[in-house]
Design a protein around this ligand. Structure first.
Ligand code: ATP
Ligand code: MG
Length: 384
């Protein structure tokens, strides 16, 4: 190929390239000289900014910036950055010929000759006003939704609490009234037992609420899990239907944990009762404990932990419900069957114990709730 042929091929490529740039209407593509004066102007630039080529060529590109940006020296600053690093990007308001503003996404790239000399800068600007407005609307909607959800949770909280306490008070007042009017000592005794029972349930409810709100100080101690579980075994046995099997498995050299033992008993009962409600009359509930080391993979926890799992082969948890199960008063159980406080207590306990709780569930197959509890670390020997 002769040199005239080659240059005509280049000329053809150049003109095609020019046509291409000219045809683009969604982007303002133009060139600046190294001092920031406009050298070329495409159809997109005219469409977006309103000026025709003959009106802007030779003008300084600060023409497109707002007065505020010019006062702050933004055009010069962008130019300087592009020239020193090869590229500068910016997002912000720009001004059209008619004075209206649009939100621009702009890139400024240095163009060099083969010998390295700076020939000019390529400026590509896009009008993303619509996109920005859509994003802002979405943010506003999200904020509103979040607020609404918070209010709903709060409404549920107060509504649920009022309702449950009301039930208990009805029992207490009714029984006390009956007892006052009764002359049968045995009946009076039974009624007083109702009063006591309702009162204790109320206390339990406030305890659970307080530990969710993290206002209750836990009594940390060294707890042996097998012993603790033994102490509630009888209670669990009474609460499970006959055809529900409870399997218990411990690691051989299971470490002790450092938690509030009384609270942990409540937590285990809550988890096991949830499992019982999920399996129905026939099923398997498995309680498993093993040592584990965490390196930040769970809630950024580090160190020695005991992983305590309560799993069941019950109906599982619907994906729509799953994000809400730890909320206080969230329940899917029938009226009077659940208060929705069980898992909020579990959650509060796990956090306060410097541990964590995780759930995994498959609808139709079952659920596994996993607690991570800090292993007991003996205090450093101070006798030396
Ligand atoms: N093992 C499980 N299997 C299936 N669903 C579960 C399980 N554990 C919890 N859930 C779901 O999470 C919801 C919230 O549980 P949570 O223990 O907080 O309240 P509850 O059991 O409904 O009432 P409460 O424990 O206060 O009597 C339950 O209503 C249920 O829908
Ligand atoms: Mg429960």
């Amino acid at each position: 190929m002769g040199s005239t042929e080659r240059s005509s091929v280049h000329a053809l490529q150049d003109s095609r390239y020019e046509q291409l740039v000219q045809a683009v209407v969604d982007y303002a593509i133009y060139m600046l000289d190294p001092d920031g004066y406009v050298v070329s102007w495409n159809a997109g630039a005219q469409r977006i900014k309103g000026w025709r080529a003959e009106e802007v060529i030779g003008k300084h590109f600060s023409l497109f910036f707002t007065d505020e940006d010019c006062a702050e020296g933004k055009p010069a600053w962008l130019l300087e950055r592009a020239l020193s690093t090869g590229v500068a990007q910016d997002e912000g308001w720009r001004v059209r010929k008619d004075g209206t503003r649009f939100w621009a996404l702009a890139a400024l790239d240095v163009i060099r000759a083969p010998d390295g000399e700076v020939i000019g800068l390529a400026k590509v600007t896009r009008d993303i006003t619509d996109r920005r407005e859509a994003a802002q609307q979405l943010d506003a909607m999200r904020a509103q939704l979040f607020q609404a959800q918070k209010l709903e949770a709060l409404g549920q909280l107060t509504g649920g609490m009022a309702h449950d306490f009301n039930n208990l008070l009805t029992i207490i007042i009714g029984s006390a009234r009956l007892a006052l009017n009764s002359h049968d000592p045995q009946r009076v005794r039974r009624l007083l037992e109702h009063v006591l029972d309702a009162g204790e349930r109320g206390t339990q409810m406030t305890q659970q609420l307080l530990s969710f709100a993290r206002q209750k100080a836990l009594k940390f101690g060294r707890i042996q899990l097998p012993t603790l579980i033994d102490s509630i075994r009888l209670l669990i046995g009474q609460a499970l239907p006959r055809a529900v099997e409870l399997q218990i498995r411990f690691d051989e050299s299971l470490q002790d944990v450092e938690v509030d033992g009384g609270q942990l008993q409540m937590v285990l009962l809550n988890l096991i009762f949830n499992a019982r409600d999920a399996v129905g009359e026939v099923g398997v509930i498995c309680l498993q404990a093993s040592n584990c080391r965490l390196d930040g993979e769970i809630d950024d926890l580090h160190g020695d932990f005991v992983r305590l799992e309560v799993s069941d082969n019950g109906h599982g948890i619907d994906a729509k419900v799953l994000p809400r199960i730890f909320e206080p008063f969230f329940t899917t159980k029938a009226f009077g069957k659940g208060t929705g406080l069980g898992l909020s207590q579990v959650y509060g306990f796990a956090r306060q114990s410097n541990g964590a709780v995780r759930v995994s569930s498959t609808v139709g197959q079952g659920t596994c709730m996993t607690l991570y509890l800090p292993a007991f670390a003996p205090a450093p020997d101070s006798t030396h």
